[in-house]
Design a protein around this ligand. Structure first.
Ligand SMILES: [Zn+2]
Length: 220
């Protein structure tokens, strides 16, 4: 299995290269290409979110520990918030951080198995679908290009894991070989869930594209 540093090097290298191609061949603006390189790099680290001790997972829950209390703030009852003094805010943010970072993080790692559904091709496609839907303000071709770069970043991680599963010196294959670049396992609930999400997002994208006015995509 490749470590975090190797994944970062391969992911950033591949994403920057693809973003440059996106700029010169597929009409991405320099800003869009920069965003695509960042999203591709982030996608190349995403599969290891399921690793309990993994750096990406720890970073994610560190960020969520700050973001979730901020995002949920507007939804707290107004009468309740009005009574908040500084000490309440300190307590609120500290407790919320601890709950998200440690309790939710713990639950997540218990529910997910390493090299489970996060390390699979349907997960790579879902990543691309999410990016495509997120970039809804852009033209169709730019959305497709950026989403494709994210998928390439994600798949780069899976390929690196498979390559590192081969002991090239000893000409042998480690047990982990074949557990990164696969289609999921029919016996696991997470596989069914992933395909459900894949089909649902696919349907939403189909509806969106269908609702677009008929355009000549060669112009984009
Ligand atoms: Zn991995």
């Amino acid at each position: 299995m490749a470590d975090f540093q190797h994944h970062l090097i391969y992911g950033v290298g591949m994403s920057v290269t693809c973003a440059a191609v996106g700029h010169f061949q597929f009409g991405l603006t320099p800003v869009q290409a920069g965003a695509a390189a960042i999203l591709g790099s982030a996608a190349s680290l995403a599969p290891d979110l399921d690793h309990p001790e993994g750096l990406p997972g720890r970073i994610l829950f560190e960020i969520l520990g700050v973001l979730i209390p901020i995002v949920t703030l507007p939804h707290l009852p107004w009468e309740y918030k009005q009574q908040f003094a500084v000490e309440h805010w300190i307590l609120y943010f500290c407790l919320a951080y601890l709950v998200v970072r440690f309790f939710l993080g713990y639950l997540f790692t218990k529910l997910m198995t390493h090299r489970g559904i996060f390390h699979s091709l349907p997960a790579a496609c879902i990543c691309g679908q999410i990016i495509f839907l997120w970039m809804s303000q852009l033209l169709f071709m730019a959305r497709v290009t950026i989403a494709t770069i994210a998928v390439i970043g994600y798949v780069t991680h899976l390929v690196a894991d498979e390559v590192y599963s081969v002991d090239w010196k000893g000409n042998s294959i480690k047990r982990s070989f074949g557990s990164a670049l696969d289609l999921g396992h029919i016996s696991e609930f997470s596989t069914w869930l992933a395909y459900g999400i894949l089909i649902s997002l696919g349907y939403i994208i189909f509806q969106q594209v269908n609702a677009m006015p008929m355009v000549d995509f060669r112009k984009f």
